[in-house]
Design a protein around this ligand. Structure first.
Ligand code: NAD
Ligand code: ZN
Length: 353
């Protein structure tokens, strides 16, 4: 679990004070920031107290983080600085937070990030790392994984060294997220709740967090009677609780299939989950019905026909990526999941997207 967290409007201003006790003998802090903020310096950059050889790196989030991107950043940082940084600070959404977690791990572990995709493969503690979400829903700020696309697979580095040492939850930072993206990433949280609460891995720990996040999502996206500031604060906590819920359970079918889409077509996580979940009424009837209501209420477009022109080979890859995520299917459908889903059924769903 994340050992330290601050919450509240304006709490981002405490970053300098928080970091001051973590600086080691002049070693720099490295800030990885979503480049959406590069032209609005007053919002993030001007509020960061740079000192010595601290460095800001703006990163594009057009594509989700890759193992090659992590390797390249680590190589550059190692070449530029003769000693290990005091800390890595990720400021952005799931993409940037995952990148920051992965870079922090790889600064202290040899080889390529690809070697650590999986469960508990990391042997050395990561460099001190801090997460500052600027969009809410993924739960990446609280989770034990950093999801990376590698040459062979899209899979997280799941380890005890992955979670942030410190998180700053400042709802003011998410106030300008564009509406469609707000919905897509917010629905990631909602889908985490459904897949966790309807899964066979459910237990009291996951349920307690999942139910809270689910109620918050309904308040925000369905009842729709909160003012913006209150809704942003609640979404930030929904994301946190949703992430905590899957920490001791698993996600399910929408995530497995969305990983297949991401791997083959590069479809981003939030929107990919929405595209798939919309068609999963057979598996999550109540969850999908409420999702459709939310979608209509907020007048959100979900792309259709994205698999209309894909080749048989691409379809096969999607299916094999999705079916490779065994724990997700086992959580969704139970130990006998292979009797309930097969390649043909999965292809049929993919073709309908
Ligand atoms: P994202 O980080 O990719 O950002 C989505 C878009 O929102 C980008 O265009 C970004 O520039 C923009 N944006 C972010 N903050 C903004 C702000 N305040 N104002 C305006 N625009 C803003 O999106 P995401 O949905 O948060 O993250 C998706 C990633 O998270 C995927 O790579 C996925 O694999 C990963 N993920 C990780 C976990 C985990 O537990 N580690 C869980 C779920 C998803
Ligand atoms: Zn997710």
């Amino acid at each position: 679990m994340v050992p330290r967290v601050v919450f509240g409007k304006g709490s981002f201003n405490q970053l300098g004070q928080i970091l001051s006790t973590e600086r080691k003998n002049g070693a720099p802090f490295i800030y990885l920031i979503d480049d959406v903020f590069e032209h609005n310096k007053a919002f993030i950059e001007d509020r960061i107290e740079l000192s010595g050889i601290d460095k800001i790196i703006y990163v594009s989030t057009k594509e989700e983080p890759k193992t090659s991107q992590v390797d390249q950043l680590v190589t550059t940082l190692k070449q530029e600085f003769s000693f290990t940084p005091s800390g890595i600070i990720g400021i952005g959404g799931g993409s940037i937070m995952d990148l920051a977690k992965a870079v922090a791990i790889m600064m202290n572990n040899s080889g390529s990030a690809t070697e650590y995709q999986g469960w508990d493969l990391v042997s050395n503690k990561a460099v001190y790392h801090v997460g500052v979400p600027t969009i809410s829903g993924t739960g990446a700020e609280v989770s034990r994984t950093t999801v990376l696309t590698g040459p062979e697979k899209k899979l997280g580095i799941n380890s005890d060294f992955t979670p942030f040492d410190q998180v700053i939850l400042d709802p003011e930072l998410i106030k300008d997220v564009p509406k469609n993206q707000w919905f897509y990433t917010g629905m990631d949280c909602y889908i985490h709740c459904i897949e966790s609460l309807k899964g066979t891995y459910l237990n009291a720990f996951s349920q307690s967090y999942g139910e809270k996040a689910y109620d918050l999502c309904k308040e925000i996206f369905l009842e729709n009677n909160l003012d913006k500031e209150e809704a942003d604060a609640k979404l930030m906590m929904a994301s946190w609780h949703g992430g905590m819920s899957i920490a001791y359970s698993q996600v399910g079918i929408a995530h497995a299939m969305s990983y297949g889409l991401a791997y083959v077509l590069g479809t981003k996580h939030g929107i990919g989950n929405c595209i798939v979940f919309d068609k999963l009424g057979e598996y999550y009837p109540e969850g999908v019905a409420i999702f459709k209501q939310m979608k209509e209420l907020h007048d959100i477009d979900i792309p259709e026909g994205i698999c209309a022109d894909i080749s048989e080979e691409q379809l096969n890859t999607m299916v094999s990526v999705a079916l490779g995520l065994v724990p997700l299917w086992e959580n969704a459908l139970g130990k006998n999941w292979k009797e309930q889903i097969n390649e043909d059924k999965l292809k049929e769903i993919y073709r309908s997207l």
